[in-house]
Design a protein around this ligand. Sequence first.
Ligand SMILES: Cc1ncc(COP(=O)(O)O)c(C=O)c1O
Length: 269
Amino acid sequence: MSAVSSGTAALHLGVRAAGVQAGDEVVTSPFSFVASANSVVYEGARPVFCDIDPRTLNIDPEAAAAAVGERTAGLLPVHIFGYPADLAAIEQTARTHGLWIVEDACEALGAQHHDGRAVGARGNLATFGFYANKQLTTGEGGVLVSPSAEMKARVDSERNQGRAPDMDWLDHDRLGFNYRLSDLACALGIAQVERLDEMLAARARVAGLYEQALAGVEVSSCRVPTPGATGVAGSSTSSSFRRRSTATTRSRRCARVASTPSRTCRPST
Ligand SMILES: Cc1ncc(COP(=O)(O)O)c(C=O)c1O
């Protein structure tokens, strides 16, 4: 595991460690934060968006398989709003076509797949983000989980200006970045890891409060999508409710609010 300066940095180093090349195509979700797709574009590769499952809002494994073409090199599933994507099915597609996988678990620290495995612990490259709206925060920060010592060594070098394995001050043996996470930020993160369960439970309580408060409102809440999987309240509980409300509901609500004196309302995008 390598601590890095953001979830975006983790994704960037992740696709590089996976071996992405300019001109490659990478199948991913169109329903994510922009960094998932950007990480691929940084390397001159092309994100190919496939449809998502309307129940889970995560990549639809069948649509992902159908999007695989001659230039496809990898799959980049996202565990959106803290709920696990169907990795077993996605891994099957990867095996069939010889593709790599980088999991964007930036919003899903603490979530579990239906087989009990923690999100990010399936042996794929996997990324977590520690921005201020995440389950655990270091202000800015992230982690990249590497499945092999060889990949981890490459990631550790690239996050640290391409330094050679001895990490000597002026000993650089590859192209690198300044994607380090400071010791201060790490100290903040480690203290939160020690009480992660408590923090996840507090988030789940807040999600429950939203659900109660919105019980009479025409929005669909995000619930555990895959039978047996355990989600964590996502990076922004309120935004998950907002984004799942339908366009019709939004327009109706906007009309109602607009008719109230001294308030303005724009349909959310
Ligand atoms: C799904 C997803 N991927 C990637 C990122 C990027 O993380 P960061 O903001 O730490 O760079 C985020 C953060 O919002 C995210 O939600």
